[in-house]
Design a protein around this ligand. Structure first.
Ligand code: SF4
Length: 188
């Protein structure tokens, strides 16, 4: 912890792994790409009910998702890489969600926000999808009914950790293609 001025404390972060010296830093492409991606995730809010309101609060001035590099919500799947699914997903809505996911370019990540998106929540009934991971792969699950904005931020930070450490070539790997294939999603 370094002290600046009389009463402002700033926590100094360690530098990224690699070799460094005055004016230079050597590291691997994986780490640089991961760092850049993790600090510039563009969210696509797929909100169908109450949890969407919590996301609105998360975007507002008090919680300010912009601090994490995610100030640009996109309602076009082609210009987003972080799909946040918030709310009850009826089975009839499933194909729409699936289409939105398929329209996103790689690399793309998914956060299931709230009990309904994670597992169907209290709606254990014939018409409600019992978790979005029945139709698309999910990277982070945020529990709660509804989760508070702090929990959504925590979910985004967990995703940032994943993105930061993801291998640059993972999307081309047979394992990733097998994962998508297990959902019946076409990979070229
Ligand atoms: S998890 Fe709770 S708050 Fe969120 S959409 Fe479902 S019922 Fe609403």
């Amino acid at each position: 912890m370094a002290e600046i001025g009389s009463n402002v404390n700033v926590e100094l972060k360690p530098t990224e792994q690699g070799y460094n010296g005055p004016g230079f830093q050597l590291t691997s492409i994986d780490k640089i790409v991961g760092l850049a991606r993790s600090k510039s995730l563009w969210p696509l809010p797929f909100a169908t009910s109450c949890c969407g309101i919590e996301f609105m609060a998360t975007m507002g001035a008090n919680y300010d998702l912009a601090r994490f590099g995610s100030e640009r919500p996109s309602f076009s799947p082609r210009q987003a890489d972080m799909l946040l699914v918030m709310g009850t997903i009826a089975k009839k809505m499933g194909p729409v969600l699936r289409q939105v996911y398929e329209q996103m370019a790689e690399p793309r990540w998914v956060i299931a926000v709230g009990a309904c998106a994670c597992s169907g929540g209290v709606f254990d009934t014939y018409s409600v999808l019992q978790g979005i991971d029945k139709i698309i792969p999910v990277d982070v699950y945020v529990p709660g009914c509804p989760p508070r904005p702090e929990q959504i931020l925590d979910g985004v930070m967990k995703l940032q950790d994943l993105v930061k450490t993801e291998q640059f070539t993972r999307r081309e790997s047979p394992e990733y293609k097998a994962l998508l294939a297990s959902y019946g999603i076409n990979v070229n």
